[in-house]
Ligand binder design. Structure first.
Ligand code: 13P
Length: 248
């Protein structure tokens, strides 16, 4: 039985003061539900979110990590550093990192493994560009990403991972995939995971949809049987909207 997971990805938004404002408002609105909720925030906001959401069930995560444990890697943040902040999840392979920062599936896979080795759970993002979708290559593309990103990860670890299907053409564009399109791709991802790990393991993996999720479309998205949650960008920056999505 998979418990739905709604995650907010703040991307590069909110300094510490804005984070405090969000948390104070969010706390007023928040009441515990059966849905698990997670905020994936800039490194500089992790401690503040953790402190100001204490006593709620909200979980806190990061948006990126480096796979080496320590060393001369100026500007990078390691898994043990995140562990010390009690971070529960970390995004890997977001399309913005793949696109702007040239992260390959090999790097995504190394980061996922490094996180799992310390008990931080990766949210592995996959998804196709508009060009690939228009050429009807999305199934092959996403299957290849899943194969490469999970390469060498044991079944026991794979079961703890989250996969976020985020078609690039739906991110920040207001152009949501239809629930059917999103559902189809999430089913395809589950099938690939069944092939890799068998049904028992694949059935435990949370698969989210991401791309212009908002209070108005979350119910239809969550009604698709293979979609277990959402990775929300823009709408997670507003505590009222994010709470409405959690309460879908
Ligand atoms: P938007 O919800 O702003 O489209 O962003 C989606 C996303 O990239 C979440 O990781």
């Amino acid at each position: 039985m998979r418990i739905p997971l709604i995650a907010g990805n703040w991307k590069m938004y909110k300094d510490v003061k804005e984070t405090e404002e969000f948390c104070l408002k969010f706390r007023e609105l928040y009441h515990d539900t059966d849905i698990r909720a997670l905020l994936l925030v800039p490194f500089t906001s992790i401690e503040t979110v953790r402190r100001l959401t204490e006593g709620t069930n909200i979980m806190v995560g990061a948006q990126n990590v480096y796979f080496e444990r320590e060393g001369a890697y100026t500007g990078e943040i390691s898994v043990p550093m995140l562990k010390a902040l009690n971070v529960e999840y970390c995004i890997v392979g977001h399309s913005e990192r793949r696109g702007y920062f040239h992260e390959t599936d090999e790097i995504v896979n190394k980061k996922a493994k490094a996180l799992l080795s310390e008990g931080i759970l990766p949210v592995i993002c996959v998804g196709e560009s508009l060009e690939i979708r228009e050429a009807e290559g999305q199934n092959e593309h996403v299957k290849n990403q899943i194969r490469a990103d999970f390469s060498g990860i044991s079944a026991e670890d794979a079961a703890k991972c989250v996969v976020a299907y985020e078609p690039i053409w739906a991110i920040g564009t207001g152009r949501t995939a239809t629930p059917e399109q999103a559902g189809e791709m999430c089913s395809l991802i589950r099938e690939e995971l069944i092939e890799m790990y068998g049904e028992d393991t694949a059935d435990q993996i949370i698969i989210q949809y991401g791309g212009s999720v908002k209070p108005e479309n979350i119910t239809d998205i969550m009604n698709m049987p293979e979609i277990d949650g959402a990775l929300v960008g823009g709408a997670s920056l507003d505590p009222v909207k994010f709470m409405d999505i959690i309460n879908f």
